[in-house]
Write a protein that binds this ligand. Sequence first.
Ligand code: CO
Ligand code: CO
Ligand code: CO
Length: 331
Amino acid sequence: MAPEALSQVLRQLPAPTDPKLLVGTSTADDAAVYGLTGDLALVQTVDFFPPVVDDPYDYGQIAVANAISDVYAMGGKPFMGLNIVCFPSETLPHHILVDILRGGHDKAKEAGVVVAGGHTIDDKEPKYGMVVTGLVKPGQQVTNAGAKPGDLLYLTKPLGVGIITTAIKAGVASEQTLAEAVKLMATLNRAASEAMMEVGVHACTDITGFGLLGHLLEMANGSNLQAIIQRSQVPVLQDAWDLADNGVIPAGTLRNLGWINPQVAWDSGLDELNKILLADAQTSGGLLIAVARDKAPALEHALAAHGVETVALVGEMAPASADGTAVHIQG
Ligand code: CO
Ligand code: CO
Ligand code: CO
């Protein structure tokens, strides 16, 4: 379902009003945050999806890295998970499910998350993911709506895995391209999250299904600001660029571009290919972090010290524009 269509459905339900709910549904954030005591709040999220790669173990790792990422994006420490499994037990051999779960459990273990149970149903198409619970100190949760004018924007993984997974399904990606994308998607956002919590930042979200543009739009609108992005500073996997240039363009990426584009201003030098790459739907993408300008050097230092390989300064936040443009892409 398209994001506007889904939010229309959700608007028909009463909005949650519990004052202990510190982050709920109103700002399209990554996870819910619920205050338990003066210094303890729960961060909770759920994510699951059909296979993005053929190898069941890799798929399990990616699904869990992606699910846990929403807790990291809020600045939380994940500690417990519950599996969500859909599996065609009559038509697929059970060792495939064992491999999916092994991948998921290994990734959870790497994150320090105990898998405490779960639920399985029969379904024609396999789907896997996790409910993830974490902790944060109330008030220290990092939302996608707290950015301030002048903040610098950092991205911690390159874009392009949506295009690459589409190429894999079409059988036109090389083994090496596949391996690189799998490694990227299975990489936890833990190091990036710990680094940003050490420094203190204004806003964060992880880049997933709506692509960099869609999640930027949520951050800009949630913060009542405009995001200004330098296209040349946005890291993109070279293979994704080449594949898109050869016509490999995921349907979800085109849908993203369709609903986001009315709120984006593009500098004239930017062609369709640039638009597609910035809208590319990511699985388990990096963190997008808005940090006060004077803390940016400390954040860069902390990200590097925690071993984050991609530390890209991609743009900044500016006061909202009069014409309603939420994102301005400069070429
Ligand atoms: Co998210
Ligand atoms: Co999510
Ligand atoms: Co059950």
